[in-house]
Design a protein around this ligand. Structure first.
Ligand code: GLA
Length: 365
């Protein structure tokens, strides 16, 4: 009913490779999607902060000056958590009226939550007139997710949402949060990165993500290293517990695959050459880390058979999306083959779209 003081946005992300490495001090290689969450905000007309969303029926209210973990359940917890994290870091947080809209698919493993946190974060910082750099803001957004919402994630999603650039991958070393933007010239090589949303339901909060974290921590403790980032393949091979050994092997081999992919792309190789690393990553997530489900295994395998140069599940797992690196000309065949495989099994149709690296969070207007 009135003009906002401004509009800000933050994107979802796809991870090209480097899964579950971000809480093991390892390497990840995500990029920002063109899909965004947009925040329009203005100083509050009343004494409390109000939040409404084009995707939700309820209007949520809380006091920016006082909100603490446990106060705000559901989707608005990601918003309130950002107020809390900024306040905890000593930044001023004004009472505001916020309206949200988003085209980031929810529950698909494309980081709709990070997009929400980061969009609110850039809006609040701007409205309060404080300068918080993209990496510190990403760290606060992760804090909102971990300590306000209670999801025990790593920091990849928020860093990708803040640092994304067109035609660039965000190569992140999660030990010290150093970033190198790596070229990913899809169009120039006649390539499409097809995202196949399996529509299989996924969630972090259900405990399986946390179980994988616990297994990794147990492996690091058994090996006497600070994090699995520091483990050697030989030491991992000698771990006595079979399950812990496989979990650790995924992390160690996945870190190598991220570095191999970055070396290829930074060296100017044809992006098709990363295909085998994508396939190996999927096999490692399926067999060693055990985070895939039949919907994503079928999509990855069928995409490959139909001509993709490489394919893998992306994101936290137990559902979500598969990415398939395809020649532009092969996209209809790959899409059709996966749709047919799903129909043959009586599964609901997957949603597919081509995704190219896009701009990270900022001000729209
Ligand atoms: C989720 C988490 C990330 C990361 C991935 C797996 O997206 O939010 O921190 O751990 O899973 O790579």
């Amino acid at each position: 009913g009135r003009a906002p003081a401004g509009a800000w946005f933050a994107p979802g992300r796809v991870n090209l490779i480097g899964e579950h490495t971000d809480y093991n001090d390892g390497f990840v290689l995500p990029f920002a999607l063109p899909h965004r969450t947009v925040v329009a905000a203005a100083p509050a007309s009343g004494s409390r902060t109000t939040v409404s969303s084009a995707q939700e029926a309820d209007v949520v209210e809380f006091r920016a000056a006082a909100v603490v973990p446990g106060d705000v359940p559901g989707w608005a917890g990601y918003v309130a958590g950002m107020f809390w994290a900024l306040r905890e870091a000593g930044h001023p947080v004004p009472e505001v009226d916020i309206v949200l809209d988003s085209d980031v698919p929810v529950g698909a493993g494309l980081s709709s939550s990070a997009a929400l946190e980061c969009a609110v974060g850039v809006a609040l910082a701007d409205l309060a007139g404080v300068v918080v750099g993209p990496s510190p803001l990403a760290v606060l957004a992760r804090r909102a997710e971990n300590d306000f919402v209670g999801a025990p994630t790593g920091g990849m999603d928020q860093m990708a949402s803040m640092h994304g650039r067109p035609e660039r991958l965000v190569f992140l070393d999660t030990r010290d949060d150093t970033i190198e933007l790596t070229p990913f010239p899809l169009a120039e090589h006649g390539l499409t990165l097809l995202v196949i949303d399996s529509r299989a339901p996924h969630a972090h909060a259900d405990g399986r993500y946390g179980e994988r974290r616990a297994d990794c921590a147990a492996a690091a403790a058994a090996l006497g290293v600070r994090a699995l980032r520091d483990a050697t393949p030989d030491a991992v091979a000698a771990l006595p517990d079979e399950r812990i050994r496989r979990r650790a092997r995924h992390i160690v081999t996945e870190n190598d695959r991220v570095r191999d992919v970055v070396a290829l792309l930074a060296g100017g190789s044809d992006p098709r050459t990363i295909g085998p690393a994508l396939d190996a990553s999927h096999a490692s997530m399926r067999d060693d880390f055990e985070i895939t489900v039949p919907h994503v295994d079928v999509a990855a395998e069928v995409a490959r058979e139909a001509g993709a140069h490489g394919s893998r599940m992306t994101g936290g797992g137990f559902g979500g999306c598969v990415i398939a690196l395809c020649d532009d000309a092969d996209v209809p065949a790959v899409r059709g083959a996966v749709e047919k495989a799903y129909a043959d099994r009586g599964w609901s149709a997957p949603v597919t779209f081509g995704a190219a690296p896009s701009e990270g969070a900022g001000r729209l207007a």
